[in-house]
Design a protein around this ligand. Structure first.
Ligand SMILES: Cc1cc2nc3c(=O)[nH]c(=O)nc-3n(C[C@H](O)[C@H](O)[C@H](O)COP(=O)(O)O)c2cc1C
Length: 316
């Protein structure tokens, strides 16, 4: 049976992100995949309300209660289509150094579709899903500093394993990318890399992109932060902002600085794995869970909230 690859873009119609995605998808199709294409601009997607109805259903009742907005927009329809695929290619423009809000709006509604949970209760088929990411922008990395990293961060909830990423720089105008054969070629390569990954057994699938991409040797993000003590005391000197792996900067024999992940404990918070994300669930249990478990916290909040409800300001 043919592999199924779905492409989803957040870019303008007939423009850069859409064109690069189509180039990559077409390559997948040529290599035997059954492909689907979606432009988020054709669909209505509401903002996550933050109600946590979905996660309370999962963690308190062990039930798939779904999203309260399920009937109100197209998220449910698109997620059911996504789950029927083996691979995804997401493309999106950079707005203000970051990925565009319509991409984030769609992805931040995925809490109700946490694949680890849905697979565990048998609501969806267990599948190893891979992803390729394409970010477009008018500038260079300097003004696209968070776009791919934002997109990577949006992959965790549904456990999409990123195997390649493309940063398509200096294409500000509509369909500008059509003057950039290098970007088009790279998108075709991304399509090939998706198919190469799918041809391997899930346990053998890994990074197919440029081995030297980014600071992080694990997830290939280009974003590091100075570590601070975490909720349970673990403290890395330097952390990857995306996958959470920890280590330090080291100067190599060529005089260049490298991010080296601590081989003993540096992978324990790896957010690209269900196990690593499990630590965050423990953290939520120890903070949000602890808040709700002790009724005194709710009483205190209820006693104090009145002051803020009554605090009124001139508005627009
Ligand atoms: C509101 C807005 C903000 C933008 N901010 C950035 C930016 O911070 N960095 C950048 O490189 N390009 C920026 N751009 C340019 C777009 O990323 C670029 O035109 C991209 O190719 C658009 O993709 P599309 O043609 O697929 O819609 C911005 C464009 C808009 C409309």
């Amino acid at each position: 049976m043919a592999f199924k690859v779905m492409g989803m873009t957040a870019g303008r119609k007939d423009s850069n992100s859409e064109i690069l995605l189509k180039e990559a998808l077409y390559t997948c199709q040529e290599l035997g995949a059954e492909v689907t294409f979606v432009n988020l601009r054709d669909y209505s997607i509401e903002d996550c309300t933050g109600c946590t109805f979905c996660t309370q259903g999962m963690f308190m009742k062990g039930e798939n209660v779904g999203c309260v907005l399920k009937e109100k927009d197209d998220k449910e329809k698109l997620m059911q289509a996504l789950f029927d695929n083996d691979a995804f290619i997401f493309s999106a423009p950079t707005y203000d150094l970051q990925v565009s809000a319509n991409f984030t709006r769609f992805m931040q509604r995925s809490l109700a579709y946490e694949t680890a949970f849905l697979e565990k209760i048998g609501a969806i088929k267990t599948r190893h899903r891979v992803a390729g990411l394409i970010a477009t922008g008018g500038s260079t990395r300097a003004w696209m500093s968070q776009t791919l990293e934002n997109m990577q961060a949006a992959m965790f909830t549904c456990d999409f394993h990123v195997v390649d990423m493309q940063l398509a720089t200096r294409i500000p105008a509509k369909a500008h990318v059509l003057t950039r054969p290098d970007h088009l070629e790279r998108a075709r390569k991304l399509g090939q890399n998706i198919m190469a990954s799918l041809s391997k057994a899930p346990e053998d699938r890994g990074w197919e992109g440029d081995p030297d991409m980014g600071w992080c040797p694990h997830c290939h993000s280009n974003a590091l932060v100075l570590g601070e003590p975490q909720w349970d005391g673990i403290h890395f000197k330097v952390e990857c902002q995306v996958c959470g792996c920890g280590g330090d900067l080291e100067k190599g024999p060529d005089g260049r600085w490298k991010f080296v992940i601590d081989p003993e404990i540096g992978y324990c918070r790896d957010r690209t794995t269900a196990e690593g994300r499990g630590h965050h669930l423990e953290e939520i249990g120890a903070t949000e869970g602890a808040f709700y478990r002790d009724p005194k916290n709710m009483e205190l909040a209820e006693a104090k909230i009145g002051r803020y409800r009554e605090m009124k300001f001139k508005t627009v």
